[in-house]
Design a protein around this ligand. Sequence first.
Ligand code: NAP
Ligand code: COA
Length: 271
Amino acid sequence: MNSPFDFQNKNVLVVGGTSGINRGIAETFAKTGARVAVVSRSQEKVDDTIQSLKKCGAADAKGFAADVRQPEAIKNGIAELHKAWGDFAVVVSGAAGNFPALAMGMSPNGFRAVIEIDLLGTFHVMQAVYPFLQKPGASIINISAPQALIPMVGQSHVCAAKAGVDMITRSLCLEWGSEGVRINSIIPGPIDNTEGMKRLAPTEAMRAAVIKSVPLQRMGSTNDIANACLFLASDLASYITGAIIPVDGGWAQGGAGMMGAGLAEFFIHAK
Ligand code: NAP
Ligand code: COA
């Protein structure tokens, strides 16, 4: 039997795929023999990731530097990739920005920056890829966050943005399902050795509290998220669309609130 996780001759695009969780996803698809492309703001990070994707075994690897806040740049770059490779079987959209700040401790532009990257950026990617999706058969995965479900101190911008990302997922499931396009969100739990966790749990004490708050008593790895992406992109998931799937060791069932409590301690009670 052929492996359901054989993505040879398939085109995979990972937006925000040049570091952390998303780079792990891109490299995992590369190991299956797919053609993999990445996008992020830094040309240097794009070039470095392309080299790594090739080493991982990608049939081909490409990428371009663009900011997801710039719809034309995203549209043009994706159209160029399509010209070279043809339709996309898998699109992962995960570019995001985060900094912990109380609502009264950020400017309107600070709030806007995160909304524009996470929420508008997701919309820009969805609009840009739609004409170039394999229909039927494409699988889109938006990378959300626990903040979409659970309010946290110092995260009003991210909570608002990621809740919006999940509603894009659920709305487009209705609009694109009849063409055989599936779209789901993954909500990663706290993932070790990532920029996100460095920003949200910057001290050893906060890190230990986060681990204690996860029912499975560990942080996740980038592989945990990449494996869920392989599954969602495969035919094994052919009846799954519009789903918001936590891959988080059970964190969203209550423990994630602990990070909120940790942030409250850091920002409010420490005053
Ligand atoms: P990361 O390493 O900072 O990855 C973010 C990626 O997005 C980078 O490739 C970055 O590259 C790119 N990016 C950022 N702003 C961009 C923009 N305006 N336009 C285009 N690309 C942009 O972060 P991470 O911690 O691995 O997080 C990855 C995803 O997982 C995010 O969606 C995050 O919300 C989600 N998540 C993370 C965790 C966690 O524990 N880390 C938990 C839940 C959810 P450039 O700097 O080159 O642009
Ligand atoms: N507290 C309060 N406000 C902050 C802040 C902080 N810690 N960090 C940034 N801001 C504000 C800035 O002051 C600015 O507002 P202003 O113009 O009114 O001063 C606004 O956010 C935008 O900052 P800027 O640095 O110009 O934005 P950018 O577009 O270059 O970067 C960020 C976007 C701020 C999200 C940046 O952290 C980033 O690029 N992050 C990507 C990586 C990341 O966050 N990874 C984790 C993913 S979960």
